[in-house]
Design a protein around this ligand. Structure first.
Ligand code: BGC
Length: 752
C-alpha cells in the first residue's frame, strides 16, 4: 500500500498543483502546498477526513473487534495510550494494509518527564536553569517512548502559573516567561530530535493553549480571566518559543479564557496562533475539552461544540466523537465549511508525513533495548542533582563528611519509591527508583544508617513513632529528615487549598530540632510548599522536588558534597496560601511596602490612632516579602558579584547593549552559579513589572577564581504588548546582574 501510494504521489504532482490553485483560494494554509498532503487529501472521503480528525484511547473503542474495524474503516487518525511494540505494530498494520488509503495512525501518550527513566518533575528540572541537560532529558524520554511505538507526546507543558495551590504547577516551568521560554525551546528540541524522520523522533505538543495555569484560586479547570497584556507578555511567551522551535502540535486547553473556552477560542487559536504566528502545525483538543464547552455554558449541545471547536481551528478531537457525529450535518447547514475540514486534515497529515510514518509506520523491535540504559540513568541522576536547591545552610551543616559516625534517616519520603517519581508517570516503575534510604546505605554502609520512618505517608498525623525517632536522633551524629508530599498531592485535579507540609511532619521536625543534633531536611514535593516552620527549625534545607528514578543518589551526591548544589528557584516561595499570588514579576503599586512600615499582627496590642502611616501594600501577618524570592538558591561556596559594566549608557530600539559583571568564587569549593540578568522599564504606556528576567547563565567557577559574565540585551528584548501594540518605548531602564531576583549589582541605561 505504501509503495502504491508513493507512485500515485509521483504521477499526480501536476494535477495536484492545478487543484491547489483552482480549489483552495480561501485556505488558511497559505504558502507552499505540500504535494504529498494535497494528493492524499484529494482522494479522501468526508468520512475518512473526519476519521483523521478523531482520536481516542483504545479502552473507549467499544471492544477489540470494534477497534480493529474502526481502524480498517479509517475512523480514527490517532490513538492515545496505545503502546508496546507488538500492539502498536498490530494495529498499525491494519491501518496501513487494510484501510482504503493506508494512512498510518499517529500514536500518542503523555510522556511528561520521562518514559521509564523518570527525570525530576518539570518544575524541578526548571530549577536547574540548564536548557542543555533538559534537552537531553527529553531526548532520552523520546528514545524510550519511541521504542514502545509512541511517536507523539503531549509535552511540553508550558503553562505559566503564579499559584502553587494548582496541582499542575508540578508539570510546568514555573512563574517566569523568560525562563519558561528558554526551557520550552529545549524541551521541544529534545523531544523531536534533529531529524523528524528518525524513528526516535517524537512529535511535541505545546500545552495547554492557553491560560490554563491562571485557574482562579488554583482550583483545577477553573475559570481564567487574563487581560491581553498579561496574556501576551507572560502566558503566551513560552508557546511562541515552542512554535518557533518547531513544535509539531499544540493542545487547546480546558479553561474558560475571558468568557470563551480555550478549545473554542478564535482569538487565541485563529488570530494569534494561525494568523499572527503563522503556525503550521496541528492543534489537538485536550481530553474531552470540545464537549466540555457544553458545561462551560458556551455551547448548547455536542453539535454546537463541534462547530465552535472546528471553526476556531481545533484540528483533532481528543477522546470524543462530536466531530465524527456532527460535522456532516454542520457542513450541510453551512455552519462550518469544507475548507475548515480540509485544513484540519492537511495539518494532521503533514505531521504524519513529517514524522516519516508513511515510509516507516512500524516500530522496530530492536529499539526495545533503549530502556533504562546506564547512561540514561546517569543523566537522570545529573538532572536530579542540578534540580536540587539549597535553601538554608547554617554553620555549614552541609556537606556532610563521609566520615560521619552515623545518621538518623527518617520521614515519609526517605524510602518511598513511587512518591519520588512524582505526578504524570504512566510508564515509570517504582521498582526502578533508587530511594534516598537505599543510596545512603550504599554510601555509608547500612550500619551507620539508623532508619526510623516516623510517619508512614506524608499526610500521616500519628505521633506514635515520635519517641522512637527522637531516640534514633539522639544516638546519631546528624538527622536527615525526608519531608514532603506524596505524588498524588500534585498533578492534574490535585489542587490544595493549604500548601503546608502535610500531616504531622512539621511537628515531628520541631521535636527533632530540640535534640540539638544537626538537622537536615530534604523536601521532596510537587510544588513550592509553605515551608516557613521547617526552614526555621532546620539547620540545613534542600529542596529536591519529586526527583525521579535517581532521586536518591542525586540527593546523596549533594548531601556529601560530591557536587555543590546549584539549583535556583523557578518560582517564588510564599509564606502561606493567603499570600498567593506572589510573584517577582509584579507591578509596583502606588504604595509599595518597605520594612519601615511593617507591623506584625502578633506584636503587642496598642491603641493606635487611625493614621495613614503604614498604609502600604502588605499583609499584617505575612509582611511584604515572600518566604523566598524567585531565582534564590545557595551553594556550598560563596560568590561575590562585582564590577557591573555596560558597554553603553544608551541605545536605540534596534541596537543592543552589553552588560557584564565579575563573579568571584570566594569560598572553598569549585561550584556552579546561575547568574541572572534583570531589568526594569521605569515608565511605560502601561505599568511595567518591578523586575523582568532577561538572561541567565550557569557558570562553573573554581575556588578562588573569577568569571566575567556578559549578557547582550537587544532593544527587541525590551518589547512588550501595551494593550494595542507591541512597543519598545524610549526611556530609562534599571538593570541588575545578581544571584536572584531580590539581589544584584545595579546599573541603568536609556533607550533613545
Ligand atoms: C490532560 C492533558 C493530557 C491528556 C491526555 C488531560 O486530562 O489535561 O494534559 O495530555 O489528558 O492524557
Amino acid at each position: 500500500m505504501i509503495s502504491f501510494l508513493k507512485s500515485v504521489i509521483a504521477v499526480s504532482v501536476v494535477t495536484v498543483l492545478l487543484f491547489v490553485v483552482a480549489c483552495r483560494p480561501q485556505s488558511k494554509t497559505s504558502g507552499k502546498p505540500d504535494l504529498q498532503v494535497e494528493d492524499l487529501l484529494a482522494k479522501m472521503t468526508l468520512d475518512e477526513k473526519l476519521g483523521q480528525m478523531s482520536q481516542i484511547d483504545p479502552g473507549f473503542a467499544g471492544g477489540e473487534e470494534q477497534l480493529k474495524k474502526a481502524v480498517r474503516d479509517g475512523r480514527y487518525g490517532s490513538f492515545l495510550n496505545m503502546f508496546g511494540v507488538e500492539r502498536v505494530n498490530e494495529i498499525q498494520k491494519i491501518a496501513v494494509e487494510e484501510s482504503r488509503l493506508g494512512i498510518p495512525l499517529l500514536i500518542g501518550r503523555d510522556v511528561i518527564h520521562g518514559y521509564r527513566t523518570i527525570f525530576p518533575i518539570p518544575l524541578g528540572m526548571a530549577a536547574s536553569w540548564n536548557p542543555e541537560i533538559i534537552r537531553k532529558a527529553f531526548r532520552i524520554s523520546s528514545i524510550e517512548a519511541a521504542s514502545q511505538g509512541i511517536r507523539w507526546t503531549f509535552a511540553p507543558m508550558i503553562d505559566i502559573t503564579w499559584d502553587p495551590r494548582w496541582g499542575r504547577i508540578a508539570e510546568g516551568c514555573g512563574e517566569d516567561p523568560y525562563l519558561a521560554s528558554s526551557l520550552a525551546k529545549a524541551m521541544v528540541e529534545g523531544i523531536q530530535g534533529e531529524n523528524l524522520k528518525d524513528p526516535t523522533a517524537v512529535a511535541a505538543c505545546a500545552k495547554h493553549f492557553a491560560g490554563y495555569g491562571f485557574a482562579e484560586a488554583g482550583r483545577d479547570y477553573n475559570t481564567t480571566y487574563i487581560p491581553e497584556p498579561l496574556l501576551r507578555n507572560v502566558v503566551l511567551k513560552p508557546f511562541k518559543a515552542a512554535a518557533d522551535a518547531g513544535a509539531l502540535t499544540f493542545m487547546s486547553a480546558f479553561n474558560d479564557l475571558n468568557g470563551v473556552p480555550a478549545s473554542g477560542n478564535e482569538f487565541t487559536l485563529k488570530k494569534i496562533l494561525r494568523e499572527e504566528w503563522k503556525y503550521k502545525g496541528m492543534v489537538v483538543s485536550d481530553w474531552g475539552s470540545v464537549t466540555e464547552m457544553i458545561n462551560h455554558g458556551f455551547c448548547a449541545n455536542e453539535k454546537e461544540a463541534a462547530q465552535k471547536a472546528i471553526s476556531a481551528g481545533v484540528d483533532m478531537e481528543m477522546s470524543g466523537s462530536s466531530y465524527s457525529s456532527n460535522a456532516k450535518q454542520l457542513l450541510q447547514e453551512n455552519k462550518i465549511n469544507q475548507a475548515m475540514i480540509d485544513d484540519a486534515v492537511r495539518y494532521i497529515l503533514k505531521v504524519k508525513f513529517d514524522l516519516g510514518l508513511f515510509e516507516n509506520p512500524y516500530v522496530n523491535p530492536d529499539l526495545e533495548k533503549s530502556i533504562l540504559k546506564p547512561d540514561f540513568l546517569d543523566h537522570a541522576r545529573k538532572v536530579a542533582r542540578e534540580s536540587i536547591v539549597l535553601l538554608k545552610n547554617e554553620n555549614n551543616t552541609l556537606p556532610l563528611s563521609n566520615k560521619i559516625g552515623s545518621v538518623a534517616v527518617m520521614g515519609p519520603l526517605a524510602d518511598s519509591p513511587r512518591d519520588q517519581l512524582g505526578t504524570w508517570v504512566f510508564d515509570g516503575k517504582a521498582e526502578n527508583s533508587v530511594t534516598p534510604l537505599h543510596s545512603l546505605k550504599e554510601f555509608l554502609g547500612g550500619e551507620r544508617v539508623n532508619y526510623v520512618q516516623g510517619l508512614s505517608y506524608s499526610r500521616d498525623k500519628s505521633t506514635a513513632a515520635f519517641q522512637k525517632c527522637i531516640a534514633a536522633a539522639k544516638s546519631s551524629d546528624a538527622i536527615l529528615f525526608f519531608a514532603g508530599e506524596e505524588w498524588i498531592l500534585s498533578g492534574e485535579g490535585q489542587s490544595r487549598g493549604e500548601i503546608n507540609i502535610p500531616g504531622a511532619q512539621d511537628e515531628l521536625i520541631a521535636e527533632l530540632a530540640k535534640t540539638g543534633k544537626p538537622l537536615i531536611v530534604v523536601v521532596m514535593a510537587g510544588r513550592p510548599l509553605a515551608i516557613g516552620n521547617t526552614l526555621k527549625n532546620s539547620d540545613a534545607l534542600l529542596y529536591a522536588w519529586h526527583g525521579g528514578t535517581m532521586s536518591g543518589p542525586a540527593i546523596s551526591d549533594i548531601l556529601f558534597g560530591i557536587e555543590s548544589p546549584s539549583g535556583k528557584l523557578p518560582v517564588t516561595f510564599v509564606k502561606g496560601s493567603g499570600q498567593i499570588p506572589f510573584y517577582y514579576y509584579r507591578n509596583n503599586t502606588g504604595r509599595p511596602a518597605s520594612e519601615a512600615f511593617y507591623t506584625p499582627i502578633d506584636s503587642i496590642p496598642q491603641i493606635n490612632p487611625q493614621s495613614s502611616l503604614g498604609y502600604k501594600s502588605f499583609h499584617l501577618d505575612y509582611g511584604y516579602k515572600p518566604l523566598l524570592p524567585f531565582g534564590y538558591g545557595l551553594s556550598y561556596t560563596t560568590f561575590d558579584y562585582n564590577n557591573l559594566s555596560l558597554s553603553s549608557l544608551s541605545m536605540s530600539a534596534s541596537g543592543s547593549v552589553k552588560i557584564s559583571a565579575t563573579v568571584t568564587n570566594s569560598g572553598e569549593r569549585d561550584a556552579d552559579e546561575i547568574v541572572q540578568l534583570y531589568i526594569r522599564d521605569r515608565v511605560g504606556s502601561i505599568t511595567r513589572p518591578i523586575k523582568e528576567l532577561k538572561g541567565f547563565s550557569k557558570v562553573h567557577i573554581r575556588q578562588g577564581e573569577k568569571a566575567k559574565v556578559e549578557f547582550t540585551l537587544y532593544g527587541k528584548d525590551l518589547e512588550f504588548f501595551n494593550g494595542k501594540d507591541y512597543v519598545i518605548e524610549p526611556g530609562e531602564f534599571d538593570v541588575w546582574i545578581g544571584p536572584d531576583s531580590d539581589n544584584g549589582l545595579h546599573g541603568e541605561f536609556t533607550i533613545q
